[in-house]
Design a protein around this ligand. Sequence first.
Ligand code: ZN
Length: 328
Amino acid sequence: MSHKLKVGELKEQYMTDEEIWRVFTVVLSSKSVKSSTYKYVLMKSIIENLYQINDQYELTYNQLAYSFAKIYWNLVVHHNLVKQNRGPKNARAVTVIQEFQQKHAIPSEFSFDKIQETLQLKLVSFMKSVMKENVFGALYGDTRGQFYAFDHKLEVFRLHPVVHQFMLRYQRLLVNLVNYHMAVMIEELNENMNINFLLNKVESIAKRGSLKRFETILLSHFENKCFYCGKRLSERMGNIHVDHFIPWSFVQSDQIWNLVLACRTCNLSKSDKVPQRPFLDIIIDRNEQLYHMPTESTVLMENYKDKKVILLYDYSIENGFDTLWAPR
Ligand SMILES: [Zn+2]
C-alpha cells in the first residue's frame, strides 16, 4: 500500500501545464479514492508554505505539520466539524486533536492561534506522526510520484520545481478548487450543514486570528509610520493595522516580508487590492533591511528572496488582482 511508504522518490521528468492539470483533476475529483479530508488539508498546507520553500524546493515536515494542525484544530474544535472521514471510526487526526484538547483543557472557543505556543508545538509534533502514517504516502500515490518526494527519516518534503511554479501561477484557482471539493466532502460527512455557510468556514480556516506578533516586530525595527501614505501612526487602540502587501486572499499565508504597518484609512481603502508598482520597490528595500537585522526577524526571513516577492506580485496580477491601488 502506497501510504505505508517511508520514502517516496520524485519522477523528475518535465511536465506540461496540461499534464499537471490532469493529475490535479484526478486528485480532486471522484476518480481518486477519498476516505478522508487529509488530501485537501495537505494541499492547503502546501499552498500556505509555497513561499517558504528553500533553494532545493524543500519544506520540512514541521512547516507542513504546523499548517496541518492549525487547519484541523480550527475545523474540529473551533467549528465543530468532527466527521472528517468515511466509516464508523473518526479520522486519526480528529482523535488526536480531541484527546489533546481534553488533556490540556483547552476551551472550544480557542482558535489555534490562541493556544499557548509550547502546546501548539506539542500538537504539531503529534500531527506530524499522523501525516507520516496516513497522509504523505497517500497523496504521493495519487499524484503518481510526479508532484513531490518525501523522506520520513529526514522529515523533508520536496516539490517538483515545475509543479511549484505551476502552483504559484494558478494559486488562486487551486485554492478555490481545493476549498470547494473539501467543503462538498465535509458537508456530505457532517449532516445538517449548509454549503454556503461551510465554504465561508473552509475559506477562513487557515487564516490567522491575530498578526500582533508581526506588528510588534515591525514596530521595533521601523519608524512608526504608515507604509503607504507616510502618516504617523498613533498608538491608540485600533489605529495601527498590519496589512498584507499582496492580499491574503491571494497569498493565503502570513509572511513577515509581505506584511507592512498601515494606517486605518489606507488599510480599509486598499482592502484586497495590490498596491501600484512603485510600492514594490519600497517593500523590497524594507525587506532588505529586515533581512539584515539580527533578531527574531532573521528566522522569519530565512527563505526570503526579493525575486519571490516580485514573482508573487506578477502572479497576483495575472490571477485577477489587477486593479492597482494607491493611497488617496
Ligand atoms: Zn496610510
